[in-house]
Design a protein around this ligand. Structure first.
Ligand code: ADP
Length: 180
């Protein structure tokens, strides 16, 4: 799942993972769990999240990839929030190829910035303040949005209008996913 912050990755990710009996792996949740465990690494991560900056690629990669590989061995996974940089995508693709598991689809939930901002302000997570939201949207535009073209070039991009009621989005994704 690819979307700007507030784009609905978490909501749709949970539903789709349940529907296809695969593991829902949210990078934000994995990182927040590390923060909650109070380790020195968790304290570093908290600093990035509070400011709306991306956590460095290597930290994210080391925390996420073992889970992805384990889920792949059990039948599949849905990634929510990862990869978020071209480097993460390329590194994950290398590992996936070596272990012989690959993405079937990259779903981009497209939502206008003003809708994203409204949603995040009403959600009220600690990193959902007006200033931090603005910065996260910039980070998405600059660093994450190139992944849209990257997955289009790989031939697995599915663009879905994310500015619809949640049920309509789920139905549209299910209808258009190229899965058995
Ligand atoms: P949202 O998409 O609404 O911003 P997430 O829970 O996906 O919420 O991400 C929250 C924060 O966690 C991000 O702002 C960033 O600091 C960090 N984060 C999540 N995923 C990644 C990733 N793949 N790479 C780097 N940082 C990440």
């Amino acid at each position: 799942m690819l979307a700007a912050p507030g784009g609905g990755k978490g909501t749709q990710g949970e539903r789709l993972a349940a529907r296809y009996h695969i593991e829902h792996i949210s990078s934000g949740d994995v990182l927040r769990a590390e923060v909650d465990s109070g380790t020195p690494l968790g304290r570093d991560i908290a600093g990035y999240q509070q400011h709306g900056d991306l956590v460095p690629d290597q930290i994210v990669f080391d925390l996420l990839m073992p889970r992805v590989a384990a889920a792949a061995a059990l039948g599949g996974y849905l990634l929510d929030g990862f990869p978020r940089t071209l480097r993460q995508a390329e590194q994950a693709f290398d590992v996936a190829r070596r272990l012989d598991f690959a993405l079937d689809a990259a779903i981009y939930l497209k939502v206008p910035d003003e809708v994203l901002t409204e949603r995040m302000l009403s959600r009220g997570r600690p990193d959902d303040t007006a200033e931090v939201i603005r910065h996260r949207l910039e980070v998405f535009a600059e660093t994450t949005s190139p992944l849209i073209e990257y997955y289009r070039d790989r031939g697995i991009l599915l663009v879905v209008d994310g500015n619809q009621p949640p049920d309509a989005i789920t139905a549209e994704i299910e209808a258009r996913l190229p899965l058995a």
